[in-house]
Design a protein around this ligand. Structure first.
Ligand code: NI
Length: 252
């Protein structure tokens, strides 16, 4: 069994979401929202399919429909047992530099929600390593489980995030030719630090790079990790699945 701990199942990306979920039967999908509309879609999918769980919230570059009122609407879904985390939330200074202050405000509000409901936190962080780190320290997330999705920073930062007991979402980027920095991080981490993810429909692994990504391709990522860590795919799948079940408190 494998768990794709982070992907997007919005129907406009795929020929058939149903088929995508069927490809993952006997496996688990954790679908991520990025705003209110996708939160409501994720909740529907979670209620319909036993192997789909969800995380909900406002992504840092998707703040157009953010309001106190809409955040309240998202909060109402946090008591749904299939909603296993808040995410993806965080900071993105690559695309959203001019909205820094707003991003930080919304990030902090959602971290407080995660604390209030004791939910796992799924972080999106791009070109914002230090601010992300400092906010996590400031808000004090030590009682929450935290996952840095699509980890893209240095080995040095990985060591600091690991000290905060944060887990690392590793996906298709690991299979790219120019991903030495991430390969160094994966070699440093233990299997207990790693969560498999695809970030579908984005970031298809080699040799599918450029195509629409599917959650089942998480197996290609597992293969690559096995190769880098000189272990079996079975071991990678077993250990990362155990991590995911623990990290998201999955009742399976
Ligand atoms: Ni994502």
């Amino acid at each position: 069994m494998v768990v794709d701990t982070h992907c997007h199942l919005d129907k406009q990306y795929y020929d058939s979401v149903e088929q995508l979920i069927d490809e993952m039967k006997d496996n688990i999908i954790i679908a991520s929202a990025v705003d209110l509309k996708t939160t409501e879609e994720v909740v529907k999918l979670c209620n319909k399919y036993t192997n789909v769980y969800g995380t909900i919230g406002f992504h840092p570059t998707e703040l157009d429909d953010y309001s106190e009122e809409n955040l309240k609407k998202i909060e109402q879904h946090l008591s749904n047992p299939k909603i296993v985390g808040i995410g993806e939330i965080g900071l993105d200074y690559h695309y959203g530099k001019e909205e820094k202050a707003k991003q930080i405000k919304v990030f902090k509000e959602q971290l407080l929600l995660a604390k209030k409901y004791n939910k796992t936190i799924v972080i999106h962080s791009r070109d914002a390593a230090l601010d992300t780190y400092n906010i996590l320290k400031e808000v004090d997330i030590t009682n929450n489980k935290v996952n840095m999705h699509c980890y893209s920073y240095s080995l040095e930062m990985a060591k600091e995030f690991k000290k905060l007991n944060i887990k690392f979402g590793i996906g298709g980027v690991l299979t790219f030719k120019n991903s030495q920095k991430l390969k160094d991080v994966v070699e440093y981490l233990t299997l207990d630090d790693i969560l498999l993810e695809t970030d579908s429909p984005y970031l298809s692994p080699e040799p599918l790079r450029g195509k629409v990504n599917h959650p089942i391709n998480v197996k290609i990522v597992a293969n690559k990790i096995a190769e880098l860590k000189n272990t079996s795919v079975e071991e990678v799948e077993k250990r990362t699945t155990k991590n995911a079940i623990y990290q998201f408190d999955l009742k399976i």
